[in-house]
Design a protein around this ligand. Structure first.
Ligand SMILES: C[S@@+](CC[C@H](N)C(=O)[O-])C[C@H]1O[C@@H](n2cnc3c(N)ncnc32)[C@H](O)[C@@H]1O
Ligand SMILES: [Zn+2]
Length: 321
């Protein structure tokens, strides 16, 4: 595991690092923007690639991640100019404008939560520990938390969130259990939620497919952090900010995210949409992107064996025209 100077609380092995570096194709003097800085596992290498005449922009909405990244970059990439920005990549336009960035040669999005966020019980992301139901990636700014979702949303909305964001087969049964239990007392801890989820899943189905609460926790986390909306906004903005020849590289970890990335890339890669029988183009659509990964890249078997997070990773890359 590559931990560099990270504190024991902030260890996260970067996923598909070699593939990311190859695909971004940065060179000395490039401007790189890591929209999900985390502990800078990818960014230390991006900083190395852009060198002392380039610029690394790192964005994260989590103060703990920014602190860990700042320390690591100072030690491992001391010569590279860095601008570390606290914020949500859904607000990429505002963040890059305020940092007076002229344009970007390589964007990286490594979606979701980091291992340390999952592992610190107080953050409430983990179904392995009993902790307050929180799940906010940005506890300072984002007011909605997991407790509010499970205790105030109506049963139909809960079932929809569990089904759509968690792809959970037993969404209605779990939603019913949550609503039934909270009528007695609000669900306060991750343990309360795990119990409600388990009660909604038939015993036979609970025995396979990993932890029974995995999908429900994913679903509620996506709702709390509006993850799919911000991904759309962030990617649309990245397309506008990428310099010609520059690249956008996205690592996603579940099918909903991957579908959004695929569709946004496809939309921007499309040229003229006029019917074929029209002699001259009247729509004026010009492609902004060329898709470089017809099929998403996945991690090699040896990486998956070493780093379980890599198992579900999919990388899509596009180049700005
Ligand atoms: C998977 S981790 C990134 C790990 C990093 N690539 C590394 O190797 O160290 C994702 C990080 O992105 C942050 N994040 C997730 N969604 C975000 C968003 N919409 N805006 C800003 N940061 C976000 C999380 O706080 C987390 O630190
Ligand atoms: Zn046309």
């Amino acid at each position: 595991m590559e931990t560099g100077t990270l504190t024991p609380e902030y260890r996260h092995e970067p996923v598909m690092l070699a593939e990311v570096l190859e695909q971004l194709d940065l060179s000395e003097g490039s401007i790189a923007c890591d929209c999900t800085l985390g502990g800078a596992g990818h960014s230390v290498k991006l900083a190395g690639a852009v060198g002392t005449s380039g610029l690394l922009i790192g964005i994260d909405q989590d103060d703990m991640a920014l602190d860990a990244a700042r320390k690591r970059l100072a030690v491992e990439a001391p010569g590279t100019p860095c601008k570390l920005l606290k914020g949500n990549f859904g607000d990429l336009d505002e963040l890059l404008c305020s940092a007076q960035v002229p344009g970007v040669d390589g964007f990286l999005f490594d979606l979701g939560v980091s291992s340390p966020q999952l592992d610190i019980p107080g953050r409430g992301f983990s179904y392995h520990e009993d902790a307050p139901l929180d799940m906010r990636m940005d506890p300072g700014n984002n007011t909605l938390n997991a407790a509010e979702v499970v205790n105030t949303y109506n049963e139909a909305d809960l079932a929809r969130i569990l089904r759509v964001y968690g792809e959970e087969k037993f969404a209605s049964q779990i939603a019913r259990q949550i609503v039934r239990r909270r009528a007695d007392a609000p669900l306060v801890t991750t343990g309360d939620l795990v119990e409600a989820v388990k009660a909604g899943i038939p015993a036979a189905a609970r025995r396979h497919g990993g932890h029974p609460a995995r999908k429900s926790f994913q679903a509620i986390r996506i709702e709390v952090n509006h993850e799919l909306d911000v991904l759309e906004r962030g990617l649309e903005a990245a397309v506008r900010w990428t310099n010609p020849g520059g690249r956008i590289c996205v690592i996603s970890y579940h099918s909903l995210e991957d579908r959004i990335v695929k569709h946004i890339f496809q939309e921007h890669a499309q040229g003229c949409t006029c019917p074929p029988d029209i002699p001259v183009c009247v729509c004026g659509h010009v492609p902004a992107l060329r898709i470089l990964t017809r099929k998403p890249l996945v991690a090699r078997a040896d990486e998956v064996a070493r780093n379980p997070r890599a198992r579900s990773a999919k990388i899509r890359v596009a180049m700005r025209l």
